[in-house]
Design a protein around this ligand. Structure first.
Ligand code: SF4
Length: 345
């Protein structure tokens, strides 16, 4: 695999809220529209050739973040730069170029494929709209794409409904690759697939990353998966990043109480490792009414008075990687484990 290199994409303090429709009681009682705060100031970068895993519980803002990165949602605030270019200011041809360079793979490949187009037509459309190759070379490029995702060449003339879920995800990956991206944002790309097929798709993504030098942002709730594939992980909670750093070091010695609680829920992640932490307790608070101070304080086993008042920013606080906790834990010596192909069976 490629060695992670310089910064390609950088998000700074990204914010996104959704204004909810007022219900009849809201109208009768003249209550204002409620705001769902999906992203509350998210900052991170994506480096050339790396896999960044973004993990967290359902409803923590992972998918909203993915959609903001490819501008399916427009952030309300903050900045997003791609190779030092202001992404949120792009329009016209420059925006189309950005959309080529940063492609998304969706959880449900079927809903993202046009059922009326064969695979060949689907790939040819992407190649011609973005003028990737001359018309005379499209057939050859389709063959190359089918080979890259390990689908039989003759399957190019079939329709999406004729494929299994895993094969459809391969088609989705081929379509993303058709426009020669530098970053792929994969939003829960295997969570709808059988376990045996999940491993095949994940290994395909890693193989393509190696071959094409792609950066991969892998969004998932599956800590086992992210442990195997990601160089770095960002742990999200209630629309903010709680901790971001190298995967092995965080799995060996997480600094944030939320990360420790998540890891404690899957104790066999690191063989022989025992954790004194308890799994995360209680419900995720509503993003309609986030708690003041640290967003994790209602569930945190070591919360103090300051935690209920002051928001802890994502900072180093004397540690080797950033954590958003007033009392970010000390770091023990990590036990490095090699990144490897995955078998989920
Ligand atoms: Fe817990 Fe306080 Fe740290 Fe938040 S800031 S995670 S409440 S110790």
């Amino acid at each position: 695999m490629s060695t992670p290199g310089d910064i390609l994409l950088q998000a700074q303090d990204l914010r996104k809220s959704f204004s909810l429709q007022r219900t009849m009681p809201d109208v009768l009682q003249r209550r204002p529209r409620r705001l769902l705060r999906a992203l509350n100031g998210v900052s991170f970068d994506v480096r050339r050739g790396e896999t960044l895993g973004i993990v967290g519980e359902s409803g923590c803002g992972k998918s909203t973040l993915a959609r903001c990165l490819v501008r399916l949602h427009e952030p309300d605030g903050g900045s997003l730069t791609f190779k030092e270019q202001d992404v949120l200011a792009l329009s016209g041809p420059e925006r189309r170029t950005y959309n080529r360079r940063v492609q998304m793979i969706f959880q449900d490949p079927y809903s993202s494929l046009n059922p009326r187009l064969t695979v060949r037509q689907c790939l040819a459309e992407a190649l011609s709209v973005h003028r990737i190759v001359p018309a005379s070379e499209i057939d050859a490029r389709v063959v190359r794409l089918m080979d890259l995702v390990h689908l039989p060449r003759e399957a190019a003339d079939r329709y999406p409904h004729e494929f299994s879920g895993g094969q459809r995800q391969r088609i989705g990956i081929a379509r993303a690759l058709a426009v020669e991206p530098e970053i792929i944002i994969a939003d829960e790309p295997v969570s709808a697939l059988d376990v045996s097929v999940q491993a095949q798709i994940v290994n395909l993504l890693l193989e393509l990353q190696n071959e094409l030098g792609l950066a991969l942002v892998f969004i998932t709730h599956d800590l086992r998966l992210v442990h195997h594939i990601a160089h770095r992980i960002a742990v999200m909670y209630l629309g903010a990043i709680m901790e971001i750093g190298p995967t092995e070091e965080i799995f060996a010695s997480a600094r944030h109480p939320y990360t420790r609680a998540l890891l404690a829920a899957v104790p066999r992640l690191v063989p022989g490792r025992r954790s004194g932490a308890t799994a995360v307790q209680g419900e995720l608070p509503s993003p309609l009414a986030p708690p003041p101070g640290c967003p994790f304080h209602p569930r945190c086993p070591i919360a103090k008075a300051i935690c209920r008042q002051d928001v802890p920013g994502l900072g180093l606080r004397g540690g080797p990687w950033p954590a958003a906790c007033h009392f970010a834990g000390p770091v023990e010596a990590p036990a490095p484990l090699p990144r490897q192909n995955i078998s989920l069976l």
